[in-house]
Design a protein around this ligand. Sequence first.
Ligand code: CA
Length: 410
Amino acid sequence: MNSWIEISEDSDFSIYNIPFGIFSVGDSGKRMGIAIGDQVLDIAELNSLGLLGHDIQQDIFENNYLNDFIALGKPVTSSVREKIQKELCDESSVLKENSDVFYDQSEVTMHLPIQVGDYTDFYSSIEHATNLGKLFRDPENALLPNWRHLPVGYHGRASSIILSGQPIHRPKGQTKPPEGDPVFGPCRLLDFELEMAFIIGKSSQLGDRISTGDAGDHIFGMVLFNDWSARDIQKWEYVPLGPFLGKSFASSISPWVVTMDALSYYKVAGPVQEPKVLPYLQYEGDKNYDINLQVSIAPEGGEETVISNSNYKYMYWNQEQQLAHHTVNGCNVNVGDMMASGTISGKDEHSYGSLLEITQAGKKSLTLIGGEERKFIQDNDTLTLRGHCKKDGRRVGFGEVSAKILPAKD
Ligand code: CA
């Protein structure tokens, strides 16, 4: 495919991508767009020009969220994406002479793309689960007995999922010093978690199960996901019911939703699962995705230091298995639900997806490019996750999710 738009080779938003997002410009209302190169194409305007087909109501596109569009179903959303691709490759397209439909990404305001109904966080990287087991439990038997038999997860908090760029105040909470009584105050061990999340594109009915074979029909696309974690709060509160306030203060996502249509070109085989999983978790074909992931940290006014390079393909449990497991008891899912992967760590210390692992829970320090040292995130640090696929010269990326940590509120 060749577009008449100038797109640099290292752009995440190539003609093969066409990710959907919600933007506004000046005091215009929120509307749907796609990212192409360093521009945003106004899809609402394309629909009013009659270029998208399907006779879709204009308020689907002049909308605060993508949910209504996604709910039209993949036959429609995939066809809309293909029509946009064709238009951007057609030398005789009316868009070529129409400057009203394009904006520089630098001049638009991006908004949270999805109204997230429910948010679930999995724990599906075997390297991450093993690292944590070694740190906090038994180095010889790091994985708990259930781990290789089911994709462990918990129900998270949807209300505090926020868009990249929105700063976050350091959370306060209750912690327990090694000696003495619990205390209340700002979190001291603030961490990130390198994750990705998939978005439900087709609802299911209460009581019904989604099989691994059908799961793909229910998944619309993906975003980068930073599951901010207050390790000291988490450590004291999590027994016996799991994560609570140490996680729920904020999770940041990237603004552009990259479709599974765009990502299907980058499918790869997942790790061999041993022992063999129960029949409802068995699957056929390549279900992992080769997505390069990177984490960097920058102190106030300082340079970014890359602190991890990981990959989504390391996931032990894939999306189809996660969704099959999530619904195996009859739990229904809805369009706009968000399912995060869990921290994505690789085998070596340069591919760990959290500071907890990188600094061995604060036993070691990281030295940043400017010479400063870090064990956990300090006030005014900015944390950025990036992700992209690349194969045969085709690049499809997510851009970034970035946020600055502000001091705790009084
Ligand atoms: Ca997590």
